[in-house]
Design a protein around this ligand. Structure first.
Ligand SMILES: *Cc1c(COP(=O)(O)O)cnc(C)c1O
Length: 421
């Protein structure tokens, strides 16, 4: 459920007509709904009722500081994967003890930054990284709390580019080697083992892979405890999928996921962390774009939009499907026509949808890409020197630009001309 619905024939974000925002900020733009964001966060939080837990929002899904602050005010923790994301979480007012630092390639600079600013734990991805964290912590005279990310070798049954839990993926330490690696961690002076971490992939539409992974983590918890390690915290990662095509997808609900967590690891008495990103932000955001031209082709018409692959790369990168709907509500039973929906960038990959059936639209009409809140704005680039598009946050009747569109001068002035020119 989200808060982008038609009212009186117009698409609204909560209580604001999207056409009004378009008139003020220009297209294309991303728009997020506070009510949807907070609702999704609360669903996860409530799904773990009765268990000591912290929901750590995966900042990489949508990292605008206004979004982070909205969630932080509800008590969210944050899962960050870079020094930049850590700085964003801090800028949103999240205390270090609620920030988890994940990611396969933490640099010494990032490790030092996070140790200085405070961190809940490092999720360690390799032995060399473990040694680096210990060395930096020792130099700084502190002890770094860590979990080791284990790779449980389960098939997440998702798109290859976002599966992370098979042995051939670059993530974590093979679960079969975990006891050895924990012994090494315990011997390093700058580290304190606090738990285990696992994250098997993104956009999972079934619970079974989670079950397989969490059962393995439960078994490992008992083994590591028997080896003398203190395992008081389990970070179970993110990855729960969302429905992109409204009509025919029904991924598991956070309540079912929460129940699965209680069933598989609830008996261990550990504090539970989860790191949802997509499910919190995905359906809380849309991308609004204007039809520049309708061009007749051979056997098909092209809708040429002012949004392009640099603004929303998911279709080009993951073959992702997004519902695309007009801002003016089509009449019931309106005739549908097939369009290839494309952007203006000089690449054939700049195609959002092929032969998509939708009601007829004309140049100047506005359309919205649904479910664009996660891995949308954060993956945008300025390819073709197209400015990063604005982000807008709606809250009831109010809306605010939470990131403005840069001017051409602002973009160009980041370049510097060497003195020999
Ligand atoms: C990407 C990622 C997440 C979030 O995944 P979603 O599918 O957006 O829920 C959580 N944890 C880690 C370690 C990640 O890399």
């Amino acid at each position: 459920m989200d808060h982008f619905i038609y009212r009186d024939g117009q698409l609204y974000a909560e209580d604001v007509p999207l056409a009004e925002i378009a008139a003020q900020v220009g297209t294309p733009f991303y728009c997020y709904s506070t009510a949807t964001l907070t609702r999704h966060f609360r669903l996860f939080d409530e799904a773990l009722d009765g268990v000591d837990h912290l929901v750590c929002y995966a900042v990489k899904a949508a990292s605008n500081v206004a979004i982070l602050k909205t969630l932080a005010e509800m008590g969210a923790g944050m899962d960050v994967v870079s020094g930049g994301e850590y700085a964003r979480a801090k800028a949103a007012g999240v205390p270090g003890e609620r920030i988890v630092f994940s990611g396969v390639g933490k640099t010494r600079e990032e490790i030092a930054q996070v140790l200085a600013g405070g961190v809940r734990q490092f999720n360690v991805e390799s032995e060399p990284e473990m040694a680096a964290i210990s060395a930096v912590a020792t130099e700084m005279g502190v002890v770094a709390p860590i979990t080791v990310r284990v790779n449980p070798d389960v098939d997440a049954k998702t798109h290859a580019k976002i599966a992370t839990g098979k042995s051939e993926n670059k993530f974590g330490i093979p679960i079969t080697r975990a006891r050895e690696v924990y012994a090494e961690a315990a011997a390093l002076p700058g580290l304190k083992v606090v738990g285990i971490d696992v994250h098997i992939g993104s956009q999972l539409t079934e619970l079974e892979p989670f079950r397989l992974a969490y059962e393995k983590v439960a078994e490992l918890t008992e083994q590591l405890r028997a080896d003398g390690h203190e395992i008081s915290r389990l970070d179970l990662g993110g990855g729960l999928g969302i429905p992109y095509a409204r009509s025919n997808e029904a991924p598991p609900l956070p309540t079912e996921y929460g129940q699965l967590i209680k069933d598989t690891v609830g008996h261990l008495g550990c504090e539970i962390e989860i790191e949802p990103g997509r499910l919190v932000a995905g359906n809380a955001g849309i991308l609004v774009s204007e039809v520049i031209y309708v061009k007749s082709g051979e056997g098909r018409d092209f809708l040429i939009l002012d949004a392009a692959m640099n603004d929303l790369i998911r279709p080009a990168m993951y073959d992702a499907y997004h519902d695309i709907i007009p801002l003016v509500e089509p009449e019931a039973g309106a005739e549908q026509t097939p369009y290839d929906i494309v952007g203006p960038v000089c690449e054939s990959g700049d195609t959002f949808a092929k032969e998509r059936m939708m009601p007829k639209v004309e140049a100047g009409d506005l359309v919205a890409f649904r479910s664009a809140g996660a891995y949308g704005a954060v993956m945008a680039s300025e390819y073709n020197t197209r400015p990063l598009i604005p982000e807008v946050l709606v809250h009831g009747h109010q809306f605010a630009v939470i990131r403005a569109r840069p001017t051409f001068d602002e973009m160009i002035n980041r370049d510097t001309i060497p003195e020999w020119l």
